[in-house]
Design a protein. Structure first.
Length: 284
């Protein structure tokens, strides 16, 4: 209700006080009930106070930021700033165990196969990248696995996107949101708000210096999904091995530049697809 109506925490608590006789509870109690019912909690990861890096992967053993050299712990030994990662696998488990949602996920295997026409691009599954994956062995890290991409009709195709935004009116502070899209849903539902999965928001106040360190927990989950995780299928009432593959990543020029560790539109060769040269400002 807060997200759909753009309510602040203060407004929500005021409503719970005003309508206390109707059984409306405070935001803290509502969150606690939601966590209990969903069995889902974000993972708190220590990060630089300036959001240069998240202390995961290669940075996990560091005591200070390799970029700005500031300690990520206070005098009490607690993290000065944390990055909340919202795991993907538990949510996919929940989707597959929901009969109504799982029915929508059959678009890829049922409706798209029936409406697909040769030579026409009706969806992302008509794209060259997806077609080239079919019949190929899955590669996870440096391992070539026995099964093939999308060999099971329940395999899920995922997309990833990120973008920076300013939470306040002035653009002095920026945050970066990390989003996952489920392409197994019908095309008109891919980008609906209820179907977009946010896996984290890089807190800012500056652009991350090492974006890979913030995406590290997502990559670990994607590797597990490539190998396969046990899940319950609500339609067949059986336990199966769920696979999900990230087949696309997109964003605007600054986002893609950040993901690919490129200079971006200010570089000598700003394009990631060709070697076109940028034109400098005269007399600069």
């Amino acid at each position: 209700m807060m997200l759909r109506n753009n309510l602040t925490a203060l407004s929500f608590d005021e409503m719970s006080y005003t309508f206390s006789n109707a059984g409306m509870e405070t935001l803290a109690k509502t969150r606690s009930h939601a966590w209990y019912l969903s069995h889902f909690k974000p993972v708190k990861l220590e990060c630089c106070v300036n959001s240069c890096v998240c202390f995961t992967g290669l940075h996990a053993s560091l005591n200070e930021c390799p970029r700005c050299k500031t300690s990520h712990l206070n005098k009490s030994g607690e993290a000065r700033r944390t990055f909340s990662y919202m795991p993907l696998i538990p949510r996919l488990h929940t989707f597959m165990s929901n009969c109504a949602y799982t029915t929508h996920l059959q678009y890829h295997a049922d409706e798209h196969a029936k409406t697909c026409r040769n030579g026409m691009t009706m969806d992302i599954f008509d794209g060259l990248h997806y077609c080239l994956l079919l019949g190929e062995h899955v590669v996870a890290g440096d391992q070539r696995l026995a099964h093939h991409y999308f060999s099971d009709h329940r395999d899920i195709a995922l997309g990833f996107a990120t973008d920076g935004f300013a939470p306040f009116k002035k653009w002095k502070q920026t945050m970066w949101i990390l989003l996952i899209f489920n392409y197994n849903l019908p095309p008109d539902q891919h980008f609906q708000q209820d179907n977009i999965l946010c896996v984290g928001i890089i807190p800012g106040p500056k652009n991350p210096w090492d974006t890979d360190s913030f995406i590290y927990p997502l990559v670990q989950e994607l590797l597990k999904l490539a190998v396969g995780v046990s899940a319950y299928d609500a339609l067949s009432h059986s336990v199966f091995t769920l696979h999900a593959y990230l087949i696309t990543a997109f964003g605007d020029i600054p986002a893609i530049s950040m993901l690919m560790n490129m200079k971006g539109h200010n570089g000598v060769s700003p394009c990631r697809m060709c070697e076109i040269k940028g034109i400098g400002i005269p007399d600069s």
